[in-house]
Design a protein around this ligand. Structure first.
Ligand SMILES: [Zn+2]
Ligand SMILES: [Zn+2]
Ligand SMILES: [Zn+2]
Length: 952
């Protein structure tokens, strides 16, 4: 007889190098280095070579500052997409990009120059551009470092830069493509204009903010015969009353627009008669404080068409016109600015007679063109009235506003004025209010029919393409379609230096603009070698083909266009400049994935560029997500003290915490973040980590190649765990497929906390610790645990990129070095519904048992649950059901003994367990003491010890 074993040493305690404490602050950089040294991203490319491609095309962040939580979130969400698709088996390369040109960098460099007492205008353009380039490079390096730190995989050594020579060359070429198709024209049209930065702005470059403007009601005397409107007006002193919140545009007034189908009233107030929309007559009279108001005539707006009023104070006609854009109320002032989308304010203002200045508003411009009005804009680049403006010449328009109000009062044409709060467009850069101002600019026409390729307008084609794109969430389609229906022609010229110059020349002899795709391509070839700096370094003749002559006058002297292209044109061209020039990419992209602000930004400009190049949308799917806001739902501001810095979170808690947060939030809504929210995420992280650790610890010594138990021989609860895993796996992969990362998170979180932690792990602990290492019972549980740890690592990998890889490394006998090279698990496809529902039934009974045990514990009737015997009374059907699990019930309930009785009323009774406590497994048994060799252990442990002895 051998010596008895030391009992403590026969218990299979868990063992793993996967630490309980993550220490992400140190472990993440170490893992990044490991990935980098192993060239993991390249290995993934190699592993997926030849597989179907899945291209997420990166919307380039602006390369001028450190990353903030919004930019971090953007990259992380895209990384979820790229990593998950790679694990679905796609070849999913990710080429990050940077938007390098544009005003913010110019402004930054100008400020730096000013600090040294220098001025941009004293420097050669090429020198100024070099400084801008250096700043972009510097900012970009910082961003790259921070994005990589977040665990985002991609071609970080070779990102696309909108300022690279290849890219600038392709951007110019694409402009040539627009020219060739007949979409480009130069024209005088009102555009958003920042008087501070003295440049045109794109729609996407203005932000709406609350602003107080002086609103004025001004009367314009009717010049035409009032009888033409209504007999009753004959001989009366009739005025048309307009309302505006931009008094400074009044000198540019050339007309008044009314809706042809609305009713208008002529109301008599003392000796005067005012024409306003009938629906607004009452509020108008109240606002102006009129008493004894009498309507003396009512007629349709159509009656006023082409009649004439006189300008309120200038000796000039103001033409009455009919326009469908006229609305009743609030909108007037914003219609004036070409903006309909955002408006606030309560109550009704306005008169339904819209002051129209074709040089200062989009709708004004459109209606003015219809009625053949001049595009009159007496305001210069700096926002001053030109000299020809009577009384106000040379004045800054915003300064002139109150003076104009006073002037109107003195002239007796002002009926009422007040301060008016509304949302008004401001420059995204300098935060000053912008104006709408007509200037000569290059435009891409939305409605011109293409001369080459599909004979269709950009607008018509865009509207039809948008329907073919899959939008997530699906309201994106309507939002995009509306934007396209209303968007004015795209003004692509900017009066700046840091960008891609518009490659157009002007003939010195006849002023002819040389805007020709062939010439553009010639210039683009030069850009490819020398970057677009060539435009500034070379003379016009050195940019044109040799011996080039003006096609109109044969002249040989040319000057270069000084405007550059809109930066949205730059980034929009990426669908060609990147997708078509990189070997591993293709046009169109499978998905664009950006914040909701890109509807009018990059989604829009990319669409135009894609259509110009290939007549189809550059993306098959577009995914958008919400804003990052603070814990109260407020916008975050650097200066507001509520901003969460991603780099600080990374240092304090780890990139994994930001990644997990990004998955846990509903990305279709505003995404909240605060210290408190992050601390909850840290708790969730611990649960994932502890789950992985439990599984890994109990796999110590398990060889999945030789010790895996066949499904048919596994214990039923282990099969149930695998069926649950299958169920979760299916949901998780579906979530990844439809970009619903919150569904992924919630499924995994529930699986980990409920299925595993609260149920399965609790129950199998005894079996793992107590049974002989090689026993079928223990191997069965390990077989399930192995699959769980393996699959969980894979399913978590896109989100917890570091931790999943760490867990993967600690799995015994792994065939692939990194989880990121692996694929998502395959679902068995078996129908496990009976198994799952049987166990749901068991767990629901277990919940009642656990409750009763808890009560017994509180009543000090028992200590640990193993001191208990459970006496269940259940109905006949349940009795039969439970008896088929009878052997397992004590383990399921984690008690020493269970009795099941048939009875009418469901009942759980807790008694002290019979017998004595086993020294080895702590279960109670009446047979403790039966073995001579091991007198302190139960019969089950005696069996296990026999097996262990035999194996030694
Ligand atoms: Zn500005
Ligand atoms: Zn010429
Ligand atoms: Zn025992």
């Amino acid at each position: 007889m051998t010596e008895p074993l030391e009992l403590k040493k026969t218990v299979n305690l868990p063992k793993t190098a996967f630490a309980q404490k993550a220490n992400l602050g140190q472990s993440e950089p170490a893992r990044l280095k490991k990935w980098n040294d192993a060239k993991l991203y390249e290995q993934i490319r190699e592993a997926r070579k030849g597989a179907e491609k899945f291209i997420l095309h990166d919307g380039p962040p602006y390369a001028n500052a450190d990353i903030h939580l919004g930019t971090a979130l953007n990259k992380i969400l895209k990384d979820f997409v790229v990593k998950s698709h790679s694990m679905m088996g796609f070849d999913a390369p990710y080429i990050p990009g940077y938007d390098c040109h544009g005003l913010p960098i110019e402004t930054y460099v100008e400020k730096k120059l000013a600090a040294k007492g220098k001025n941009k205008n004293d420097l050669p353009v090429a020198t100024f551009r070099r400084l801008c380039r250096e700043h972009a490079e510097h900012a970009m390096d910082g961003q790259t470092r921070d994005f990589m730190r977040l665990g985002v995989f991609g071609e970080w050594e070779n990102p696309y830069l909108t300022m690279s020579n290849e890219y600038e060359s392709e951007t110019a070429r694409l402009f040539g493509r627009f020219l060739e198709r007949g979409y480009v024209y130069k024209g005088l049209r009102p555009v958003y204009w920042c008087v501070h930065d003295q440049t045109a702005l794109a729609e996407a470059e203005v932000e709406y903010k609350e602003h107080t403007s002086p609103s004025v009601y001004v009367k314009f005397p009717l010049a035409s015969d009032a009888k033409l409107i209504d007999e009753k007006l004959d001989g009366k002193n009739v005025f048309v009353v307009i309302w505006t919140t931009t008094p400074w545009t009044l000198p540019a007034n050339l007309g008044i627009t009314v809706h042809p189908d609305f009713d208008y009233s002529a109301i008599e107030v003392g000796a005067e008669v005012y024409i306003v929309a009938s629906e607004l007559a009452k509020s108008f009279a109240e606002t102006c404080g009129f008493e004894n108001v009498k309507e003396i005539a009512r007629f349709k707006g159509a009656k006023l068409d082409k009649l004439e009023a006189k300008h309120a104070w200038l000796d000039r006609v103001s033409l009455l016109m009919n326009g469908d854009h006229v609305t009743l109320g609030e909108a007037d002032a914003e219609v004036e600015l070409g903006v309909r989308e955002e408006r606030t304010g309560a109550g009704k203002s306005g008169t339904g007679c819209v002051h129209t200045a074709p040089g200062h508003g989009h709708d004004d411009f459109v209606i003015g063109r219809q009625y053949d009005l001049e595009v009159y804009c007496p305001v210069d680049n700096a926002g001053r009235f030109t000299a020809d403006v009577e009384y106000f010449g040379g004045e800054n328009i915003f300064d002139a506003n109150p003076k104009i109000v006073e002037f109107l009062r003195e002239k007796g044409v002002l009926l009422f004025t007040e301060n008016y709060n509304h949302r008004y467009p401001h420059c995204w850069r300098c935060k000053n209010p912008v104006i709408y101002r007509a200037t000569p600019q290059w435009f891409i026409s939305m409605d011109a029919i293409a001369k080459t390729g599909a004979e269709i307008s950009l607008r018509a084609n865009a509207v039809s393409e948008v329907k073919k794109v899959k939008w997530h969430p699906n309201w994106g389609e309507g939002r995009m379609a509306n934007m396209l229906k209303n968007r004015p022609d795209w003004c692509v010229s900017r009066q700046r230096s840091w960008g891609v110059p518009i490659p157009v020349f002007y003939c010195q002899g006849c002023d002819e603009a040389i805007a020709d795709a062939k010439i553009v391509n010639h210039v683009a070839d030069i850009f490819l070698k020398e970057t677009a700096d060539a435009w500034y370094n070379r003379e016009a003749k050195d940019l044109l083909p040799e011996n080039f002559k003006c096609p109109k006058c044969e002249g040989a002297e040319f000057i270069k266009e000084t405007d550059i292209l809109d930066v949205w044109f730059d980034s929009g061209s990426s669908c060609v400049a990147v997708l078509e020039t990189r070997d591993n990419l293709q046009f169109p992209a499978d998905v664009y994935f950006e914040g909701g602000d890109q509807f009018r930004g990059w989604f829009n400009s990319s669409l135009m560029c894609g259509l110009a190049a290939h007549d189809i949308a550059p993306y098959k799917q577009v995914v958008t997500y919400g804003w990052v806001v603070d814990g109260e739902g407020k916008q975050m501001h650097k200066t507001g003290g509520n901003a969460v810095s991603p780099n600080e979170v990374v240092q304090k808690s780890g990139a994994e915490i930001i990644r997990l947060w990004a998955s846990a939030m509903d990305s279709t809504q505003d995404m909240r973040v605060s210290e408190e929210i992050l601390s909850r995420i840290v708790d969730a992280y611990r649960k994932f980590r502890n789950t992985l650790r439990y599984a890994l610890g109990n796999l110590d010594g398990f060889n999945p190649d030789t010790e895996t138990v066949a499904l048919s021989e596994m214990q039923e609860i282990d099969r149930w765990a695998l069926a649950s895993l299958d169920e979760a796996t299916e949901k998780v992969i579906k979530g990844y497929e439809i970009y619903n990362f919150q569904a992924v998170y919630q499924t995994l979180y529930n699986f980990v906390t409920v299925t595993l932690s609260a149920r399965y792990f609790d129950i199998i602990k005894d079996r793992l610790y107590i049974f002989a290492p090689n026993s079928l019972e223990r191997r069965s549980a390990q077989t399930a645990l192995y699959k769980i740890a393996d699959n969980l690592s894979r399913l978590l990998a896109p989100i917890l990129a570091f931790t999943a890889d760490e867990a993967w490394e600690n799995l015994p006998h792994q065939k692939v070095a990194s989880v990121h090279l692996a694929e998502f698990p395959k679902v068995s496809g078996a129908d496990d519904s009976q198994l799952l529902s049987d166990w749901e039934r068991i767990f629901s009974i277990r919940d009642d048992v656990l409750k009763a045990l808890e009560e017994a514990r509180n009543a000090k009737q028992i200590g640990s649950s193993l001191e208990a015997k459970v006496i269940l009374t259940v109905d006949k059907d349940t009795t039969y059901f439970l008896l088929s699990y009878f052997e397992d019930l004590r383990y399921i309930f984690i008690v020493s003994q269970v009795e099941v009785h048939e009875g009418d009323k469901f009942n759980v009774e807790i008694q002290k367990a019979d017998g004595a406590k086993c020294e080895r497994c702590w279960n109670y048994s009446v047979r403790v003491g039966a073995s001579e060799k091991y007198p302190t252990v139960c019969e089950r442990c005696v069996g296990a010890l026999d097996e262990i002895e035999k194996a030694v």
